[in-house]
Design a protein around this ligand. Structure first.
Ligand code: ZN
Length: 64
């Protein structure tokens, strides 16, 4: 992931890197996104799906 700083397209405030985890059965979905804390604008960066399998963890990565 780059260190580039993102600005909110609506009001120009600095976006803060956040993450959100959602568990569905044996799969954890992790979404990483930038959020503007002023107006709530959200820009998704990537999503990971981590599944606990027989041979360990399986990680699927999706880029936006
Ligand atoms: Zn904003």
């Amino acid at each position: 992931m780059s260190e580039r700083e993102y600005k909110c397209p609506k009001d120009g405030n600095t976006l803060v890197l956040m993450q959100e985890t959602e568990k569905i059965g044996s799969t954890a979905k992790i979404t990483i996104y930038y959020k503007c804390q002023v107006c709530g604008y959200r820009k998704d960066i990537e999503r990971l799906e981590v599944t606990r399998g027989e041979k360990g963890l399986i990680v699927k990565k999706f880029l936006y």
